[in-house]
Design a protein around this ligand. Structure first.
Ligand code: NDP
Length: 285
């Protein structure tokens, strides 16, 4: 028989339940607690309070709505000697403060950012992964169990780094969603079926995603003209066509114009030979 570290999961929302099901399916004994009683998982031991759930476990995984709910759920709970893994989405500063808070209570702390939606949990072939930062010792000790729901990516000892990476990835995704929304809006009122356009859009976004390596190389070398295939002067000219087409199709340009305005500012500053990397300099305050 394999001996498992005693483990508890606080939070049985959509994500907490998915995580719990993955551990139970992998044969990991699990104690669960949820603020609103009645939410449970088949095969799990249900604790009557967060304090009771924590008391019986070495490894405490927390997946609640936000940082404030973590504070509320663990208020007054004895964390001495516990390994706390907080998979609740937070900001970098919140994660650092929560790490200090947990360590002051005698716990080791690891923060996590889940890069998956619940159906991807426990299904590694979907590419689901969880970013971790904080106690590397904690991670190494529990790597097996933490690797059950999704891939493990450790991004550093600074407990804020998982949240920083998480939010950077989500921010890039937000820009992508904005572009996708504008693209489908352009097709409204035409006889182009969204389902016919979708594969073209997916292929194009996939092909363009490789450009992030070029941006990284330019940032690392400080040479923003390095390897530029489409220069800023050309792209700003091209923006006029994008805006005019939106006008022709009766689509608002409000999602496009903030980024285009930054491209124009960088061009006006004399950087016609760059790509769009110089926009980063305009954003970073
Ligand atoms: P849900 O809204 O489904 O669940 C929220 C959970 O938090 C419930 O268990 C709820 O308990 C609990 N909760 C809320 N407020 C408090 C409080 N004050 N004290 C104690 N418990 C509280 O959210 P998810 O499960 O989807 O998300 C959980 C975390 O996972 C979030 O931080 C989210 O950002 C992150 N995440 C979610 C993803 C998703 O697609 N769902 C993707 C990636 C990350 P109760 O049942 O009593 O309301």
């Amino acid at each position: 028989m394999t001996e498992h570290t005693s483990m508890t999961l606080l939070g049985l929302g959509a994500m907490g339940s998915a995580l719990g099901r993955a551990w139970l399916a992998a044969g990991r004994p699990l104690t669960v607690w949820n603020r609103t009683p009645g939410r449970t998982l088949e095969g799990a031991e249900v604790a009557a309070s967060a304090a009771e759930a924590v008391a019986g476990a070495r490894l405490v995984v927390v997946c609640l709505l936000d940082d404030a709910s973590v504070g509320a759920a663990l208020d007054g709970v004895d964390l001495a000697g516990k390994d706390v893994v907080n998979l609740t989405t937070s900001t970098p500063d919140q994660a650092r403060a929560r790490a200090a808070w947990a360590e002051a209570r005698g716990a080791r702390f690891l923060d996590g950012g889940i890069m998956a939606v619940p159906p991807m949990i426990g299904a590694p072939e979907t590419g689901a992964f969880i970013l971790y930062s904080g106690s590397g010792d904690l991670l190494e000790q529990h790597r097996d169990v933490l690797g059950v729901p999704a891939g493990v990516v450790y991004v550093g000892a600074d407990p804020g780094y998982a949240a920083l990476h998480d939010v950077a990835l989500l921010s890039a995704m937000t820009g992508m969603f904005a572009g996708v929304s504008h693209a489908f809006a352009l097709l409204r009122g035409t006889d182009v079926a969204p389902r016919d356009f979708a594969p073209l859009l997916a292929s194009w976004l996939t092909a363009m995603s490789g450009s992030v390596y070029g941006v990284a190389d330019q940032l690392e070398t400080g040479d923003y003209t390095k390897g530029v295939a489409s220069n800023l002067a050309m792209m700003v000219e091209g923006n006029a066509t994008l805006l005019r087409t939106a006008e022709e199709q009766g689509v608002s340009t409000e999602l496009l114009t903030p980024f285009m305005a930054l491209m124009e500012r960088r061009l006006a500053d004399g950087h016609a030979d760059e790509g769009t990397t110089g926009v980063i300099d305009l954003l970073a305050r």
